[in-house]
Write a protein that binds this ligand. Sequence first.
Ligand code: 9G3
Length: 566
Amino acid sequence: MKQSMSFIPTLREVPADAEIKSHQLLLRAGFIRQNASGVYSFLPLGKRVLQKIEAIIREEMERAGAVELLMPALQQAELWQESGRWYSYGPELMRLKDRHDRDFALGATHEEVITALVRDEIKSYKRLPLILYQIQTKFRDEKRPRFGLLRGREFVMKDAYSFHTSQESLDEVYNKMYEAYANVFRRCGLNFRAVIADSGAMGGKDTHEFMVLSDVGEDTIAYSDASDYAANIEMAPVIVTYERSDEPYEPLVKVHTPEQKSIEEVSSFLNVPKEKCIKSLLFKVDGRFVLVLVRGDHEVNEVKVKNLLEATIVELATPEETKKLMKCEVGSLGPIGVPEEVTVIADHAVKAIANGVCGANEEHYHYTGVNADRDFSVQQYADLRFIQEGDPSPDGKGTIRFARGIEVGHVFKLGTRYSETMNAMYLDENGRMQPMIMGCYGIGVSRTLAAIAEQYNDEHGLVWPVAVAPFHIHLISVNPKIDDQRQLADDLYEKLQKEGFEVLYDDRAERPGVKFADSDLIGLPVRVTVGKRASEGIVEIKIRRTGETEEVHVSQLTETLRRYLS
Ligand code: 9G3
C-alpha cells in the first residue's frame, strides 16, 4: 500500500478522552476513529489487523472441526421470547421495530438464532456432533462504554456453537476449543491465562474465561503462586476452615453507638477489631429479602449468593426497602431480631466469631458479646465471601495472588438450556426424541486487537507482533525528490511485494522527521529506509521492537528481512 493513496490520519497529540495506552495509540496511529460512544470505525490499518486476527481464528476453528457460517445481526423478537431472554435482558439488548412495527433485536449473541436454525435442519443423531461459528458484529448497549475497543457497544465477535448427543461428546469438543483458544492467543503474542469462570445467566456448568493479564483489565483473577490454578475472583472458592476461639461467652449487651454506621466506624468506636464485627447486607433475591452475613474484614461475593440460592436476579435492597422492612438504616443492620420473612444466610467465618459485634436493627445501637450459636439463627452457612490475597489456593497448593485481566475469550458448556426451551430435539439411536446438548465459545476479536495494542507498545508508539501487524515492512524514501532514492524505493516496493512481503510504502512528500515519527507510531515490525546511500545500493533496516539498525546492500536485503520476520 502506498501511503500517498491511503488513509492513515496520524495525530501528534494524545486525545483527551482516551485514558489507556491502547486507546490513545490506536487513535493517534490512525487505526480507529470513534463515531459515537462505544462505536468505532476501523480505518485501513485497523481493518488489516482485524483480518490478521480473524485469519488466525479461522485456522484454529478449522483445526477444531468448526464450520463457518454467517447469521443475521437483525434477530426477530419471537426467538428471544421463546428462550425467555426477551424479558430477562434489560436496556443492554438493543431493540428496534421494522416498518411493519414488528419487534427485533440487534444481535448481542446468537444462541437463539443458531438453535432455531439447527432445530429446523437436524433431526437425527447421525448428524451430530456439529460445530458452527461466525465472525460478526455484535451489539450491546453498555451503560458505560470505555477504554476504546475494550468495552464498546458495537464490536466484532467470533461466536461458535456446538451440538451433541452426549456429555462426553461435548466435553471432547470443549477441550478442543479450549486448545484452539490457547493457540489463537499464543499466536497473537498475548500473555493470557485460562481461568475458571461463572456461567452466569448462561446456565450450564463448566466455563472458562481467557484473560489477558493487564493492569487496565476490568476483571480480577485469583491465581495460585504455586500451581496453575486460576479463577475469576467471582468463582474462586474459599477453603479456609474456622474454629471459634475458646473465649468464655460474654453476655449479649445492646450498646449506644451514636452515628456509628460503617464497620470501620463501629470497630474503632467500640475498640473491637473488624474480624470480630459482623457485616450484614440486605439483598433482594428474585424478589425475596435475604440478609447476608460476612465477617467485618470480608466482602460479600454476590455471584456465590446467586449460585447458592440458584437465583436469577440478586441486587442490594434499596435504602427505602431496608428502612421499611428492618425499621433502620443499612448501617444498623444485624441478624438479631430479624423479621420472619427475611432469610438469613452467613459465610462460614461468621460462625467462629467469639463475642462479636453486630447492628441492633435499631438506629444508633449495636450489640456486643455476640455469639452466632447462642444469639441468632442462620438458615444456612456457606462460602459467600470473595477470596482474598493470602488465602490458600483452592487446589491446596500455594497461596492466592491477584492480577487484573482483560476477558478476550469465554467458553461454556451450555447443556440443554436452549435446546429445551426452544425444542431443538434429535432422534437418538433408540428412536427416542432427545434435546441436543450444546456448548458455546466466544472470542472478542476487536477486544483482542486492543489487548495486543495494550501489551505491545513503547514510548514511541505501537509495536505489532509480526503475526498480526497490518504490514511486515515500512518502506520509507527519505527524499522522493532525489531521483536515485525514489527510483530505488519504487523498485524495492515492487520487488519486496513480489517476494511475498506486505509493504507499506511511505512515498509522501513529507519531511523525514514526520515519516520516521509516523513509522514509530504505526509500529510495523521492520522499517527499510532508502536514503543518501541509495546510490551505493545501501539501505538501512530498523527493527521496531529493539530499535537496532543495520545498513544492508539491496542484494542482501531479502534474506536479512526473512531472518528478522521469521
Ligand atoms: C444479551 C446481552 C448481553 C449479553 C448476552 C445477551 C453476555 C449474553 C453471554 C454470552 C454467552 C456466549 C456465545 C459466544 C460466547 C459467549 N452478554 N452474554 O448472552 F442479550 Cl444484551 O454471550 N454467547
